[in-house]
Design a protein around this ligand. Sequence first.
Ligand SMILES: *Cc1c(COP(=O)(O)O)cnc(C)c1O
Length: 334
Amino acid sequence: MTLLTTDATTPAAHSSSVLAPNYHPLHVTVASAEGSWVTDVDGRRYLDLLAGYSALNFGHRHPALVAAAKDQLDRVTLTSRAFDHDLLLPFARALTDLVGPLVAGEPMMLPMNTGAEAVETAIKAARKWGYEVKGVPADRATIVVADGNFHGRTTTIVSFSTDPDARTGFGPFTPGFRVVPYGDAAALEAAIDETTVAVLLEPIQGEQGVVVPPDGYWSAVRAVTTAADVLLVADEVQSGLGRTGTTLASEYFGVRPDLVTLGKALGGGILPVSAVVGRADVLGRLTAGTHGSTFGGNPLACAVGLAVVELLATGEPQRLAQVRGEQLGARLDA
Ligand SMILES: *Cc1c(COP(=O)(O)O)cnc(C)c1O
């Protein structure tokens, strides 16, 4: 079991007193990585089966992504959104070209950095749409979510987590969320009322094990939300961008959500890049001054994000995920 033993020469960040103890990593100190492999400070190689919780869908240091980043480092890295830059619109166009056909309605995108920020953005956009378009009374909007969810670590997001470790000690919590059992479309339908603006779910849950919902669940959720004029927000930060052998997990289930949150692999394992892609009549409610981010849509992020989208536009990562999925599944079953 060399995998889990400590070594005297290992810097051992896990036992350092200057590092907040909010993680308990395996005793492996990585020094370099390439493709599916990482090498530790003592020269041992490991097959990386975690893949940065799916931030590394294309492997470590994919040559096309690293090249895009290096090239951009020599040009411009940050403008803030107070100015335009020459990659913002190309990235927005490429991402909406890729993901737009997989969501309902005319698409638009809004760039952020982390997955949690993309989820927060979707929550804000859904609420604003609910008040301005649906006529929900001020500050009364509700959003239906599922137990066992993982949508990030901000105070609003942990407000509707059902994991005691994620919540305990961090109240008071943000109101306006209703938790129903994951995989139960009838319970979800029953939780929707005239205050409900959105249903926020992972098409495949990814935090407490990989939880694939029962057959027909995702399409039933789409039918229920369409009938109630409630937004279906698919958190595809982990399930999206090739993971399921399709560009989105929603696509795999044959469902077009109203808003999709993307993150993790959108930054190619190089830097945090996230986005919300979806209905322009919803995202268009976030007008100047109502939402933003200093680093969201920065030139370096757009350069890498654009290269990621170009990679996915070939369909090759999705095809490889399918092939490897079948190969691994068959051999592990055997
Ligand atoms: C990882 C994850 C997030 C949060 O992303 P961060 O970049 O860590 O903020 C949100 N939703 C899902 C489904 C995730 O897996």
